[in-house]
Design a protein around this ligand. Sequence first.
Ligand code: ATP
Length: 211
Amino acid sequence: MPHITCDSVSKAFRGRDILRDVDLVVEEGDSIGVAGPNGSGKSVLFKLLVGFTRPDHGTVTIDPSLMGPGRRYPEAFGVMINRPGYLGHLSASDNLRELASIRRVADEARVVEVLETVGLDPTSQTKAKNFSLGMKQKLGIAQAILERPRVLVLDEPFNALDSSSSERVTTMLQDFHRDGGTLLMTSHRSEDLDALTTRRLRIDDTRLLED
Ligand SMILES: Nc1ncnc2c1ncn2[C@@H]1O[C@H](COP(=O)(O)OP(=O)(O)OP(=O)(O)O)[C@@H](O)[C@H]1O
């Protein structure tokens, strides 16, 4: 079965339609880029696709083999939607250790590896609340990839990244896709979507369209 199936999904906030009658099938190995102006509903779409938000109408079905037993959210997904979430009083490495301690999938070597992948210093004791925007973004990406997810859902992963960091993340995402991973991402920069995705979607006035 497909990884994710969206069937006639609609979502409104305070009586205002954000998405209407969205149909989407995400197959294993897809790389999908979603474009659309500010406020068009890209983040809302991603929240619906990963189960963070429930549709008003229609259904979102996630392959149960990606969920994990007794889980509300798919544990095979690595997700960063809107801004990165983290514990401000901890360093980058301690944030990842904290996350790793929940499911015990990632070990210390993996924590160091993902920090190096995104370009954060594994030995730094700087608290995340004092990070620059770009460093917070890298921490968010590191958290998303920590447990080697099969599906990555990244909302504007290149926000605030300098050019060498963007290249690093692009290479990481290309490797992820080449190894069979499924990627869903948004970006305001069409060159990012061109480099990383083979299928382009666009939200236009509540409708999800193939580009
Ligand atoms: N929980 C919520 N309550 C009320 N309105 C919401 C909520 N979440 C999103 N919205 C509204 O839904 C619309 C779409 O928001 P969304 O964050 O999906 O846009 P976006 O396409 O990701 O924008 P951007 O490119 O600026 O990131 C916005 O008008 C936003 O205010």
